[in-house]
Design a protein around this ligand. Sequence first.
Ligand code: PGA
Length: 255
Amino acid sequence: MKPAMRRPLVAGNWKMNGNRGDAARLAGELLSRNVGAGAAEALVCPPFVHLVDVGRQLADGRIALGAQDACADEAGAHTGEVAAAMLADLGCRFVIVGHSERRAIYGESDALVARKFDAVRRHGMIPILCVGESLAERERNATAEVVLRQLDAVVAGSGIAAFATAVVAYEPVWAIGTGRTATPEQAQEVHALIRGRIAEKDATISASLRVLYGGSVKADNAALLFAMPDVDGGLIGGASLKSTEFAAIVAAADG
Ligand code: PGA
């Protein structure tokens, strides 16, 4: 049994997809399918430029609004960046930080991710810290080393108390967008490792920390993943762009 304080969370990461019409349609379909009305918390993270529109549609708060990234700095001369304060002002409650695409394509370091995590918290939002190993790292048995290094960088920067209002997402890079999902046992192993690391510092925070799994979660594999004792929901990419799929994944987390 999972502790009741760990309300399952299913987050849709829309990534860089869709125009305004697509975003409005998708949000509307999720509402008409009653997503977010059950036991699990539902969240969508549209591209920045659609946050205002989607935020208006989701104004009743049943489906939470989140962003995919935030700048580590407060304001000023950072052309092209979006400040955490701006996201909070639009009603975002969550912000993804350290997604593997940001780390791999845009060169984000553990140290930068730790600063972003802090910026999100400073503005009263919940960071979803993504960690995960590449295929090469898994094949040379470096999974634990990589995941703990990514986690420790944030614990060192923000302190353990920050994890009382944070979410961690384990996303093996080899499973993202590849259709190659981690088995429930593979996910559980790393989730337990993450929770154990937090427990070394604070057992209470560890027991309440939500750890999501991400990487090719679909309607037909979600229930088995979410049934694992340390899997508290999912971070969903491709399948979050189809309302039927996303609704079914949230329903799997509703239990
Ligand atoms: P995927 O993406 O579900 O398409 O594998 C997950 C993610 O990148 O968050």
